[in-house]
Design a protein around this ligand. Structure first.
Ligand SMILES: *Cc1c(COP(=O)(O)O)cnc(C)c1O
Length: 407
């Protein structure tokens, strides 16, 4: 049935969108900094950050300026022609990291698809055609393409789509002995998130990450770090690997890279990059001038000592306030995470009720996330103010009162 296409409501969603999401009942229409307004003009504090994407809040002036300027200059050329913003952004990412080469795409899943193909291709061409095993982890999330859901550690996302890419094994995260038990000279890569995001905000332990690096070196396997969610300042350093002193061979990032404009990047070394050649992989939109100009603006702001130091100050304030709330209501068993990627694991009596907290928070004017059914996730703007943290967590406390029935 074709109806009036001017007025759209939450009911419209149920009529027109492929039924793979269950969005909140309100529809955001405007954002500024850490605040969002819905169709009825109700105001929210945003600690969801569009799932760790809007790293500089909504409509940050530097990003709006970059978007407007590039939008009136040149949008798209394809990779048949290169462009200035992509070259500037690549150079800045290389200068800031271990990497020598960058491949740009449009989403985290696509960057990971490129990373896994690169790891396989490198091993097959430099070592042996049977060096194809990928070791990955339970509860890992790497995207929704068939290869990336298969490397991901949640079978519910990869089941039901026919034959899966082969030679991928999953072991428990932070369990070095489990990796030792499956790694061999046919292993081409170990793939991990330095902080598991969707899986529940679980940081790698330093000993685990160092051990994985050593095993990769011993078996000539590549260490692929998926920093799609935890990269670009989220952890309090530009990339999470920098906290550990453990270098990846391939790193992917996305989400915060464009601050809401779709873009992703895969970073690697000169040696590994040289396994590729013209035509072996590619994308139409990846590295387009519009996305790269916006990402360059985001990177310039995020990768400054003031902003990175501010993230760590906000971390302290957040953790302290969450612990204060927990002392009053005993809703969590643990508050964890790094920088401004925080997870609060629900106490046994509230497990499975993550969505109830999200719903109660929305009623109080607060946008938050869950990470699985048992963890409440906070991924606010990296430049959130103390005032917004305090207001948002005051609203969160009211939501906790609602759900727990505490007075
Ligand atoms: C979000 C996410 C992805 C997938 O990114 P998309 O842009 O949704 O394709 C991959 N890996 C991690 C760790 C993520 O958090």
């Amino acid at each position: 049935m074709k109806t009036d296409d001017a007025a759209v409501t939450r009911e419209t969603f149920d009529q027109v969108i492929l039924p793979v999401y269950a969005p909140a009942q309100f529809i955001p229409v405007q954002g500024k900094g850490s605040r969002v307004w819905d169709q009825q003009g109700k105001e929210y504090v945003d600690f969801s950050g569009g799932i760790a994407v809007t790293a500089l809040g909504h409509c940050h002036p530097a990003m709006v300026a970059a978007l407007k300027t590039q939008g009136e200059t040149l949008w798209h050329t394809s990779n048949v022609f290169t462009n200035e913003p992509v070259l500037r952004l690549a150079r800045k990412l290389i200068n800031a990291t271990f990497a020598d080469r960058v491949f740009f795409a449009n989403s985290g899943g696509e960057a990971n698809e490129a990373a896994f193909k690169l790891a396989r291709h490198y091993a097959i061409t430099r070592h042996s055609p049977c060096k194809t095993k990928i070791i990955a982890f339970h509860n890992a999330f790497h995207g929704r393409t068939l290869f990336t859901v298969s490397v991901g550690g949640l079978p519910k996302y990869s089941d039901g789509f026919g034959p899966k890419p082969a030679d991928i094994v999953h072991v428990p995260f932070n369990d070095l002995d489990a990796v030792k038990a499956v790694i061999d000279d046919h292993t081409c890569a170990i793939v991990l998130e330095p902080i598991q995001g969707e899986g529940g905000i679980t940081p790698a332990t330093p000993a685990f990450l160092r051990g994985v690096r050593a095993l990769c070196d011993k078996h000539q396997a590549l260490l692929v770090m998926d920093e799609v969610q935890c990269g670009m300042g989220r952890s309090g350093k530009l990339f999470t690997y920098m906290h550990y002193g453990v270098q990846p061979d391939i790193l992917t990032t996305a989400k915060a890279l464009g601050g809401g404009f779709p873009i992703s990047a895969m970073l690697t070394t000169e040696n590994i990059a040289s396994a590729m050649a013209v035509g072996i992989h590619g994308t139409t939109y990846g590295g387009n001038p519009l996305a790269c100009a916006v990402a360059e603006a985001a990177l310039d702001v995020i990768n400054s000592p003031e902003v990175l130091a501010g993230i760590n100050e906000c971390h302290e304030r957040f953790i302290q306030a969450l612990q204060d709330i927990n002392e009053k209501y005993q809703v969590f068993t643990q508050v964890r995470g790094m920088g401004l990627l925080l997870g609060a694991e629900l106490a046994p009596r509230y497990q499975g009720r993550g969505r109830d907290f999200l719903h109660a928070a929305a009623l109080e004017g607060l946008m938050i996330l869950n990470a699985g059914p048992d963890v409440i996730r906070f991924a606010p703007s990296l430049v959130v103010t103390f005032a917004d943290i305090d207001e948002g967590l005051a609203r969160f406390e009211k939501a906790v009162v609602q759900v727990t029935g505490a007075a």
